[in-house]
Design a protein around this ligand. Structure first.
Ligand code: CA
Length: 300
């Protein structure tokens, strides 16, 4: 993918150079002035990109300050979350929402469109067909993407996937809360008690929901849908017992593994699995209708 981006960049440089130096000489419409020719090029490029469903679709990034937070839980029902332990993270950025169909679409086009190895899986009428959903459901999270697709997309936009620790801190802040909005699942917030798209929660959606539908479900940092809607790929390998040997500063997961950590639960999961500390492993080649991802980036 980096090579494709370089080609686009070079193309832009080439056009810029053409405009600056050779527009009058190479103008194919001899009667047009150079200014009109330049305006024509601008209009062509504007229409080309205005017609993409991607317009300004890349998620807003939130700054997560450096410091210690509590990772994991002592709930007992989920021994892979134990022990709860303190982790220090450097500052970083996290996507405010899951990556959407509209955001993924230009990457898919640049990667070859219908021939791309990064084409999302289509799940039929209830979810829509790719690439139609990029226009019919632009603000829904992209699903049917493997871990490899997510990593490739993140690199294409100059970002990366969050580590598991980065994901969990962005979801729960520093007070060890169980869900992004607090510790009771249905606690009243601004006269509402439903804060996430999860299974049987009367959240208004049978399957996926557009991103950002539950502002009262925001994490302490303002990240949305970190509980439910879609599980989210993280950068780390998964291991049941990793928390017993995790590094205390900026952990990046086991060095080897067969599955990658996904976090946060989905529209298909009940409330207990949509907690901040929930962690499961998923084979990285697996695309499903209930796994998407969000971006992260280093803070300067
Ligand atoms: Ca989610």
């Amino acid at each position: 993918m980096p090579r494709r981006r370089k080609r686009v960049k070079n193309m832009n440089v080439s056009c810029h150079t053409l405009n600056k130096q050779d527009a009058r000489r190479t103008n194919p419409f001899g009667a047009l002035t150079t200014r009109a020719y330049r305006a024509g090029i601008f209009i062509v490029f504007f229409l080309r990109f205005a017609c993409l469903p991607c317009a300004m679709a890349e998620p807003e990034m939130l700054l997560i300050s450096a410091g210690i937070f509590t990772m994991g839980s002592e709930d007992g029902r989920f021994p892979n979350e134990a022990p709860a332990h303190n982790i220090y993270l450097d500052a970083y950025y996290i996507g405010k929402t899951e990556v959407t169909n509209a955001a993924y679409y230009p990457f898919w086009l640049a990667a070859g469109g219908d021939e791309s190895e990064h084409t999302p899986i289509s799940y039929g009428e209830a979810f829509g067909e790719w690439p139609d959903v990029a226009k019919s459901k632009p603000n829904y999270p992209v699903v049917g993407v493997s871990w490899h697709d997510a990593v490739a997309y993140a690199a294409w936009v100059g970002k990366r996937l969050p580590t598991e620790a980065e994901w969990e801190k962005a979801a729960r802040g520093t007070d060890a809360r169980r869900w992004p909005w607090g510790s009771p699942f249905s606690q009243p917030l601004k006269n509402k008690t439903i804060h996430a798209n999860v299974w049987h929660a009367k959240d208004g959606f049978k399957h996926l929901a557009p991103v950002g539908q539950y502002p009262t479900g925001a994490s302490p940092y303002g990240a949305l849908d970190m509980a439910g809607n879609v599980w989210e790929w993280t950068a780390d390998w998964y291991a049941d017992t990793y928390y017993h040997r995790s590094e205390e500063r900026n952990p990046t997961g086991p060095t080897v593994g067969s599955r990658r950590v996904v976090k946060g639960g989905s529209w298909l999961n009940p409330v207990p699995l949509s907690r901040c500390a929930t962690r499961i492993g998923q084979y990285p080649k697996s695309g499903t209708s209930f796994i998407g991802f969000r971006l992260a980036a280093d803070a300067p």
